[in-house]
Design a protein around this ligand. Structure first.
Ligand SMILES: [Mg+2]
Length: 228
């Protein structure tokens, strides 16, 4: 158990059929009011904090930081209110459960996601993945707005939980966007990219991950990619 695998959530493990993005936009609207200009921005690979900042260009970074808890509460209550729809419409991507089960025997596994922690929990719970990941060893969008800063936060949490440190390539970042690859590389982690999100295999390869996979259906290939 000398490895720590940090899994991105959206586009890597699961999808919510757009429900979470709708809830997030509605929560932003609720917090800033009907008149504030809202920009359309690409959500993939970004932290929730970063998405709010880009969506609300009229607010300063400080104003967003101050109101983050307010936004998180509005977003969370919308997600809680639509649990049934989330269970019905969310899906785990092919091969994910088998990959998590296979790697669970040899490594610690936690989420590393731009989602605020409470929302990550709901998404994982709605698709039945909660028992396969240690959420207390992960890092989330409400820990920091800058994704690369999440890797050391997760590594420190894992170190406290398991009584050992995880350094360099002992940490593996798995995700579906160039942001995931960049955040792993910035921290000297091993990076595995998977093309189940908005980016193609070729686009992901251009960002230089250690391994790029088209999906997670071949469990042996996933285990080999992650463990190196
Ligand atoms: Mg993602």
């Amino acid at each position: 158990m000398n490895r720590l695998i940090l899994w991105d959530v959206d586009g890597t493990l699961l999808g919510t059929d757009g429900l979470a993005a709708e809830a997030m936009r509605a929560a932003m609207r609720e917090v800033v009011g009907p008149a504030a200009p809202m920009a359309r921005t690409d959500y993939a690979g970004k932290t929730d904090w970063q998405i709010i900042r880009e969506s609300l260009p009229s607010l300063t970074a400080e104003a967003v930081a101050e109101r983050l808890h307010e936004f998180a509460a509005a977003y969370l209550s919308r997600m809680e209110a639509q649990r049934e729809a989330l269970v019905a419409r969310s899906r785990v991507f092919p091969g994910v459960t088998a990959a998590l089960e296979a790697l669970g025997g040899v490594a610690r596994q936690a989420p590393l996601t731009g989602n605020i922690a409470a929302v990550a929990r709901i998404k994982l719970e709605c698709v039945g993945l909660l028992p396969l990941l240690d959420l207390a060893a992960g890092a989330y969008g409400d820990d920091h707005h800058h994704r690369p800063a999440l890797v050391p936060i997760a590594a420190a949490r894992a170190a406290r939980r398991y009584g050992r440190s995880f350094v360099g390539q002992q940490v593996i970042v798995v995700g579906d966007t160039p942001h995931d690859i960049a955040c792993g590389k910035a921290n000297g982690a091993r990076t595995v990219a998977v093309a189940t999100g908005p980016y193609s295999l070729a686009e992901l390869r251009a960002h230089g991950p250690d391994v790029a996979l088209s999906d997670l259906t071949d469990t042996d290939a996933v285990v080999a990619a992650v463990l190196g």
